[in-house]
Ligand binder design. Structure first.
Ligand SMILES: [Zn+2]
Length: 404
């Protein structure tokens, strides 16, 4: 016999299933909810009644096209149940978005990030001000914000909102939770940016092939090199991770990397590394903090016109990426690699090196090349990843809080 508390747990789990189905498929009727979740009609009735009473979901009635008969009743998330703020930190700016509980974008603005070395404290002050600004622009009460979801490149402590290393601030750690807590009582989560890209690609894949999610890798090219992996662990279950790929060793005692080590993949494939190689600057030169995209565009234009050293710099970058991927895939499994980020604009110059770097490994000689695919809109993927993760955390929080 089920004890009272385990009955409650089952109920919570079922409520989360219903909310997740509505997230994935949009408006759903009673029978569709039952089909998608595998729950009985009676269970669906009880759960939707509770969620409706708690003002978490709402009914939408649509008259049949014939105009006769009973209207079709569907459920959806209530937009004003609460709000989410998404903060995307990139190498040259910070983007703030306000989103409602149904996943609709309400407001968005970006602020440039200054490149002065004033450090983390000043940066956090700017973030606090940005959050205040989005609140006052939309006139939404602070207490109605259910979650703040932040992303950055670099290393993130998955159990707390702490950035432990980033290309911008190095090892000056930023504890977002502690720094925002005086102003905010809401939940704060922090994720690696390419992990979110992988999460979004995984969700798209799952929507396209409901029975068989394949594992995949997202590789982000730019000032730094990011990587995220979605792996199918059991039917219907997946695990998302962001290993420290950019700082995996490529050449022992090789070029100086922004992280302070020598020979990292990024020290060959990051924008600063391509610049360094193209201008034949010694590879122990301290990496440029930030390389304007226009500079890389110029090198790419010269490479396309046949300038030997410029073309060589991109090829070396490609080989470093290809070698790194071959090691990664040898340790995990053969899976498609989806390439995103600003560096995709140079994919024509990188492609040959990537293929060459992959082909050097036994795994690729035995099993063939993995599928390589380019996705141009990384910004959209990052945002989708935020919504996927943040809204499911909010759903679980709402259900756990007891729907009252
Ligand atoms: Zn490094």
């Amino acid at each position: 016999m089920l004890t009272k508390s385990s009955t409650e747990l089952v109920r919570q789990r079922n409520s989360v299933l219903v909310l997740a189905a509505l997230r994935r498929h949009g408006l759903l009727a009673h029978t569709e909810l039952s089909d998608f979740t595998g729950l009985s009609s009676a269970t669906i009735s009880a759960i939707t009644a509770d969620l409706e009473k708690a003002r978490v979901i709402e009914k939408s009635e649509q008259q049949a096209a014939s105009g006769r008969g009973r209207p079709r009743v569907q459920f959806r998330q209530r937009r004003d149940c609460g709000y989410l703020i998404v903060v995307i930190i990139s190498s040259d700016g910070v983007q703030y978005s306000l989103v409602d509980y149904a996943g609709k974008l309400i407001d968005r603005f970006s602020e440039e990030r200054s490149h002065d070395p004033a450090g983390a404290a000043r940066f956090v002050t700017a973030i606090r001000e940005g959050l205040e600004r989005i609140l006052s622009r939309s006139r939404i009460g602070r207490e109605n914000v259910m979650l703040i979801s932040i992303s950055s490149k670099g290393l993130v402590n998955p159990d707390a909102a702490v950035l432990t290393w980033s290309p911008i601030f190095g090892s000056e750690r930023i504890d977002f939770e502690a720094m925002l807590r005086p102003d905010w009582q809401t939940r704060i989560i922090l994720d690696n940016e390419t992990l979110l890209v992988a999460a979004a690609l995984g969700a798209r894949e799952e929507a396209a092939h409901p029975d068989g999610l394949r594992s995949l890798t997202a590789l982000s090219l730019g000032h730094s090199i990011g990587l995220g992996i979605v792996r199918r662990t059991a039917p219907g279950e997946r695990e998302i991770s962001a290993p420290n790929f950019g700082h995996m060793l490529h050449v022992p005692n090789g070029g100086l990397c922004r992280c302070g080590s020598r020979g990292c993949i990024e020290a060959y494939a990051g924008f600063y590394a391509i610049l360094r190689m193209a201008f034949e600057v010694p590879d122990d030169t301290i990496p440029a903090k930030f390389v304007p995209l226009g500079e890389l565009d110029k090198i790419a234009a010269r490479a396309r016109q046949g300038h030997r050293m410029s073309a060589f710099a991109f090829r070396q970058a490609g080989i470093a990426l290809g070698n790194g991927l071959s090691r990664l895939l040898s340790l995990t499994e053969r899976m498609p690699v989806v390439i995103t980020g600003q560096g995709t604009r140079y994919y024509d110059l990188l492609q040959q090196g990537i293929a060459e770097g992959l082909a050097q490994s036994h795994m690729v000689r035995m099993e063939g090349m993995p599928e390589l695919r380019v996705e141009l809109d990384e910004q959209l993927l990052v945002f989708e990843g935020h919504l996927n993760r943040a809204l499911s955390v909010i759903d679980a929080d709402i259900v756990r809080a007891g729907l009252t």
